[in-house]
Write a protein that binds this ligand. Structure first.
Ligand SMILES: Nc1ncnc2c1ncn2[C@@H]1O[C@H](COP(=O)(O)OP(=O)(O)O)[C@@H](O)[C@H]1O
Ligand SMILES: [Mg+2]
Length: 437
C-alpha cells in the first residue's frame, strides 16, 4: 500500500474525549471514528487489524472442530419470548418494530436463535456433539459506553454454541473451547488467564472469563505465578483426545478478579501472588438445559428416550481485542503490534521522496516485498523524515525499513524493530531476506 494514496487520517493532537490509551491511539492512528456513543466506524487500518484478529479466532475455532455459520443481527422477539428472556433482558436490548408492527430486536447474543436452528435440524444423539459459531455484530445498549471499542454498544463478537447429549459430553465441549481460547489469545501475543466466573443459577464450576493482563485494564486481578509460565502454543493439542489434564493444569491454580478476590482466604502467599490489571476478552459458559428445555430442543438418546440437549456458549470480544492488544502493547510513541495481528508487516520509509536514487531503491524494495507476499505500507509521501518516523511509530507496524540517500551511497538500508527499537544497517539484499525469510 502506498501511503500517498491510502486513507489514513492520523491525528497529531490527543483527542480530549478519550480516557484510555488504546482509545487515544486508535483515534490518533486513524483506525476508527465514532459515529455515536459506543458505535464506531472502522477505517482501513483498523479494519485490517480487526480482520486479522477475526482470522486467528476463526482458525482456532475450526481447529477445535467448530463450524462457522452466520446468523442475522435482527431477530424476532417471539424467539426470546419462548426462552423468557424478552422481558428479562431489560433496557440493554434494542427493541425495534417493523412496518407490520412486529416486535424485533437487534441481537445482543444468539442462544435463542441457534437453539431454534438446532432443534429444527437435529433429532438424534448420534448427531451430537456439535459446536456452531459465528462472528457477527451485537448491540447492547450499555448504560455507560466508554473506552472506545473496549466497551461499545455495537461490537463484534465471536459466539460459539455447543450441543451435547449429557453433562459429560458438555464438559468435553467446554474443555475444547477452554483450550482453543488459550491458544487463540496466545497467538495474538497476549497473556490470557482463565478466571473462574459466576455460574448463577446453573451452579457448578463451568464458567471462566479469560482476562488479559494489561497495566491499564479495567479491573484488578490476582493469580498464581504458575499461570503466567505455561506455554500453550508449545503443547501438542489433540482436540479428539482427553483435554481434562490441560484444563486441570490451568484451573488448579488461584486466579480471581477483584470482585471475587478475598485476601483473607487466598491460598497464594502474598509475596508470590501476582497482582495486575486485567481486561475480559473472552467468556465461556456451560448452561445445561436452560434454553433447550423451554424451547423444546431435544434428541432421542441411546436408550430411546427423549432428552433436552446440554448447551454451552463461548464468546470472544473481537472488536474489544483490538483495543485490548493496544492496552497490552504500546509505548509513549504509539502502538506496538504483535506480528500476528499487525495491519502491515513492514513499514517502508523513503526518507527523500523525489530523489531518483531513493525512489528507485524504495520502489524496488516495495515491489519485491509485495511479490513475496509481504504486506507493506510504503511511505512514499513528500514529507519530513521526522514526521514519517513519528507516523510509523504511531501506527505500530512491527518492522520499519528505512531507505535514505546517505545509506544508499554505501549500499545499505536500515531495519528497525518497532518493539525494541533495535536498528541495523544491512545491504538491500540482506534486508529483503530478513523480511521475506
Ligand atoms: N460492550 C461491549 N463492548 C465490547 N466488547 C464486549 C462488550 N460486552 C461484551 N464484550 C465482549 O464479548 C465477550 C462475551 O460477552 P459476555 O460475557 O456475554 O458479556 P458480559 O461480560 O458483558 O456479560 C466478552 O468477554 C467481551 O470480550
Ligand atoms: Mg462476560
Amino acid at each position: 500500500m502506498r501511503l500517498s494514496t491510502y486513507f489514513l487520517p492520523t491525528l497529531k493532537q490527543t483527542p480530549a474525549e478519550a480516557q484510555i490509551v488504546s482509545h487515544r491511539l486508535m483515534l490518533r492512528a486513524g483506525m476508527i471514528r465514532q459515529s455515536s456513543a459506543g458505535i464506531y466506524s472502522w477505517l482501513p487500518l483498523g479494519l485490517r487489524v480487526l480482520k486479522r484478529i477475526e482470522r486467528i479466532v476463526r482458525e482456532e475455532m475450526d481447529a477445535a472442530g467448530c463450524h462457522e455459520v452466520l446468523m442475522p443481527t435482527i431477530q424476532p422477539a417471539d424467539l426470546w419470548r419462548e426462552s423468557g428472556r424478552y422481558d428479562d433482558y431489560g433496557p440493554e436490548m434494542l427493541r425495534i418494530k417493523d412496518r407490520h408492527e412486529r416486535d424485533m430486536l437487534y441481537g445482543p447474543t444468539n442462544e435463542e436463535q441457534i437453539t431454534e436452528i438446532f432443534r429444527g435440524a437435529v433429532k438424534s444423539y448420534r448427531d451430537l456433539p456439535r459446536n456452531l459459531y459465528h462472528i457477527q455484530w451485537k448491540f447492547r445498549d450499555e448504560v455507560r459506553p466508554r473506552f472506545g471499542v473496549m466497551r461499545g454498544r455495537e461490537f463484534l463478537m465471536k459466539d460459539a454454541y455447543s450441543f451435547d447429549v449429557d453433562y459429560a459430553g458438555a464438559k468435553r465441549s467446554y474443555n475444547r473451547m477452554f483450550v482453543a481460547y488459550l491458544r487463540t489469545f496466545a497467538r495474538m501475543g497476549l497473556k490470557a488467564v482463565p478466571m473462574r466466573a459466576d455460574t448463577g443459577p446453573i451452579g457448578g464450576d463451568l464458567s471462566h472469563e479469560f482476562v488479559i493482563l494489561a497495566d491499564t485494564g479495567e479491573s484488578a486481578v490476582y493469580c498464581h505465578p504458575a499461570l503466567l509460565a505455561h506455554d500453550v502454543l508449545a503443547a501438542d493439542i489433540d482436540y479428539r483426545g482427553d483435554l481434562e489434564p490441560v484444563v486441570e493444569e490451568w484451573t488448579r491454580h488461584y486466579a480471581a478478579t477483584d470482585d471475587k478476590h478475598d485476601p483473607g482466604s487466598c491460598p497464594v502467599p502474598a509475596d508470590e501472588l501476582v497482582t495486575a490489571r486485567g481486561i475480559e476478552v473472552g467468556h465461556i459458559f456451560y448452561f445445561a438445559t436452560k434454553y433447550s428445555e423451554p424451547m423444546g430442543c431435544a434428541v432421542t438418546t441411546a436408550d430411546g428416550d427423549s432428552a433436552p440437549v446440554h448447551q454451552g456458549s463461548y464468546g470472544i470480544g473481537i472488536s474489544r481485542l483490538a483495543g485490548a492488544i493496544i492496552e497490552a502493547s504500546h509505548d509513549e510513541d504509539g502502538i506496538i503490534w504483535p506480528d500476528s495481528v499487525a495491519p502491515f508487516a513492514v513499514g517502508l520509509i523513503n526518507l527523500k521522496s523525489g530523489d531518483p536514487a531513493c525512489d528507485t531503491a524504495a520502489g524496488d524494495l516495495y515491489a519485491k516485498l509485495l511479490a513475496a507476499g509481504v504486506e507493506v505500507l510504503y511511505d512514499d509521501r513528500d514529507e519530513r523524515a521526522g514526521s514519517k518516523f513519528a507516523n510509523m511509530d504511531l501506527i505500530g507496524v512491527p518492522w520499519q525499513l528505512v531507505v535514505g540517500p546517505r545509506g544508499l551511497k554505501q549500499g545499505v538500508v536500515e531495519l528497525k524493530r518497532r518493539a525494541t527499537g533495535e536498528c541495523h544497517e544491512l545491504s538491500v539484499d540482506a534486508a529483503l531476506s530478513r523480511l521475506v525469510g
